[in-house]
Design a protein around this ligand. Structure first.
Ligand code: 1QQ
Length: 375
């Protein structure tokens, strides 16, 4: 028995000394580059989301690599906001590029197919903008640092209801996208919970150009506010057409509206839009100020929520890679899951046991053509 123990211990010591055998060729100790795949919406009607996200990632990547505790190589694929393209991108990153982790994709619609692919391949994935219900619950390898609609929308509806003493709301939502539908579900439930009467519920489709039929109906029911679940392109056009029809009540929007594109497209018509977000550029925090300056210097414009979330996500991932001390996806996943009280530019965040973000959103309003704190 003693001899057996001796052999077992010798074998153990030998394995440990060799760094676990097969993973040795992949192990990314100090100085070695760890490959991280990025899937982002870079072309088409929502390309500004992907532009902000990849800008935020590039900025963080340079800082992380310059510091040198870990080295990350980003490999970026465009999904064009389409779930099939997002899935092919994930397969390429996992099977051909052998990435150790993935950041993205942009839309919950895409994550619903990419999440299961990454999860079944044992590759950790962090959504930085996916806010529909059930995303981290796809599997143990799926995380997100974007605040779910279930937390953001109740906060913005409550703040708007109190401020405007609203009693009646109309709801307008896109019924062909996972995120816009999920936002609608929360709006409907929350209106009920907060004792708001829903005057009418109207639907639209992605890419729709004319919303007059829906808006005419909404106008006739005289709501105190409009709850709208849309991506920025449709959302901005809706607000523009609403204001032109004389609908001047506040809009409460979901995550899709958290883009300065709403202001670029709708102009003054965007005033009166209320949203909840983990990001506020005007925060009196040195970290936030530094980030805003660095981003502006590099890209010639202010960062938005999507850039900030992506920036923090890469730092969260880099910290997990550093703690794992290797590029082994399983080890990185386990360290990601332990993320607690990470201090980034969004504030302090942790992952809950399902891999969802724990953080309170801030409520903002577009006033005088810019996002401001809603008080
Ligand atoms: C989602 C979203 C979109 C607004 C991301 C751009 O929140 O698809 O979940």
């Amino acid at each position: 028995k003693a001899l057996f123990m001796l052999i077992a211990i010798t074998a153990l010591v030998f394995t440990a000394a060799c760094g676990g055998g097969s993973s040795d060729s992949k192990s990314g100790g100090k100085g070695k580059e760890v490959k991280v795949g990025v899937i982002s919406w870079l072309n088409g009607s929502g390309a500004s989301y992907g532009e902000a996200i990849t800008n935020g990632l590039k900025l963080a990547n340079k800082e992380i690599n310059d510091k040198g505790d870990v080295k990350i190589k980003l490999i970026t694929e465009d999904s064009a906001g389409k779930k099939d393209q997002a899935k092919s991108a994930a397969e390429k990153l996992i099977n051909s590029e052998n990435v150790s982790a993935i950041i993205g994709p942009t839309l919950s619609t895409e994550m619903q197919v990419v999440g299961p692919t990454a999860d079944s391949s044992g590759i950790p994935i962090i959504g930085t903008s996916t806010t529909a219900k059930g995303i981290p619950q796809i599997g143990d390898y799926v995380f997100r640092n974007s605040i779910p609609e279930e937390q953001a929308i109740p906060a913005s509806i409550k703040a708007a209801k109190e401020k405007y003493k609203a009693k009646k709301v109309a709801i307008l939502y896109g019924n062909d996208d996972v995120f816009t539908k999920s936002g609608y579900d929360v709006m409907k439930d929350e209106a009920k919970k907060q004792g708001l009467q829903v005057t009418t519920t109207e639907k639209f489709q992605q890419g729709q150009a004319d919303y007059k039929a829906q808006l005419t109906k909404i106008k006739s029911t005289k709501p105190d506010m409009i709850l709208c679940s849309a991506l920025y392109n449709e959302g901005a056009v809706i607000m523009d057409q609403a204001r032109k029809m004389g609908i001047d009540v506040p809009f409460v929007g979901g995550n899709g509206f958290n883009s300065p594109q709403v202001i670029d497209i709708a102009g003054d018509a965007a005033n009166g839009l209320i949203v909840a977000t983990p990001w506020f550029a005007g925060k009196d925090d040195q970290k936030v100020k530094d980030f805003v300056k660095k981003y502006k210097d590099k890209y010639g414009k202010d960062p938005d929520q999507f850039a900030a979330q992506a920036y923090d996500a890469l730092y969260v991932l880099a910290a997990a890679i550093e703690r794992a001390g290797s590029d082994d996806p399983d080890a990185i996943r386990d360290e990601l899951a332990k993320t607690k009280d990470f201090k980034g530019i969004l504030g302090t965040m942790s992952f809950d046991k399902e891999g969802d973000i724990v953080m309170k959103p801030t409520v903002l309003i577009i006033k005088d053509g810019k996002f401001q704190e809603f008080k």
